[in-house]
Design a protein around this ligand. Structure first.
Ligand code: CA
Length: 245
């Protein structure tokens, strides 16, 4: 499976520091976005710790011969480890108290996409000019939306839409969401933080992906559009294409 990826992060127009963190490794097929939270720059510490922990787990335990059914337990264990490390670091350092992060991990291996996810950073798949969201947001608003308590319109306008139900480093027992899906040549995956999706509708993202060559130009144009729309938060996008061979 030949992969081509590009990632970019931007502090945005309103914030003084960037608490988002991303990672891409085309060789191993590992792609991560984490969006940290916490005062005194602790959000940056949390998102970096989460990314580093997953990378280390993959570097030390993953090999090409692994059976697909071994991969999700490996990724879940890495997220659980990140949860433990971040909460422990926060307990030992009062200025880091309450720090946490979202964590969205995509591993592409043996023609399959392994998604492991906590929080409201997102994974989308772009296939045949159709954008499909593969991750649920672990937010109060998304839970209410799924249960039909509120409408799409109310959800998009709610002041509460960024309230997370769980985050790595904060929630003692995580409910880690995992999905395994077959990939097809030509698929493109987008991992992003809420700084992108709060600024751009799914339709706007689709328009940009339709009109730009992927992944580098697409990524740059997504970032530029999110900044032009206000850039109220840190913005991160990672695009990865599964090549036609
Ligand atoms: Ca954010």
């Amino acid at each position: 499976m030949k992969l081509t990826a590009y990632g970019q992060t931007d502090v945005g127009r309103m914030r003084s520091n960037n608490e988002d963190c991303f990672y891409l490794d085309e060789q191993r097929g590992l792609f991560i976005v984490a969006d940290g939270m916490g005062g005194h720059a602790a959000g940056e510490i949390a998102s970096k710790m989460a990314v580093d922990t997953v990378c280390e787990a993959i570097e030390s335990k993953f090999n090409e011969q692994m059976a697909p059914e071994e991969l999700q337990p490996l990724l879940a264990a890495a997220v659980t480890q990140a949860n433990r490390s971040i909460s422990q670091a926060a307990a030992e350092n009062p200025t880091w108290h309450g720090m946490g992060t979202t964590l969205t991990v995509l591993l592409l291996h043996a023609r399959q996409a392994f998604l492991t996810h906590v929080g409201d950073s997102r994974l989308y798949r772009w296939r045949n000019k159709t954008l499909t969201r593969l991750s649920d947001d672990h937010t109060l608003i998304d839970a209410q939306l799924r249960r039909g308590i509120i409408s799409e319109r109310e959800a998009s306008q709610s002041d509460l839409r960024n309230i997370l139900l769980q985050a790595v480093g904060i929630t003692e027992e995580l409910d880690i969401c995992q999905k395994t899906l077959p990939t097809e040549p030509g698929d493109c995956f987008l991992l992003c933080s809420d700084g992108l999706t709060d600024m751009l509708s799914q339709e706007s993202i689709s328009e940009i992906l339709t009109s730009s060559s992927l992944p580098q130009t697409g990524c740059r144009e997504l970032m530029a559009a999110a900044l032009a729309a206000g850039g109220r938060d840190n913005i991160t996008a990672v695009l990865v294409t599964v090549d036609n061979k």
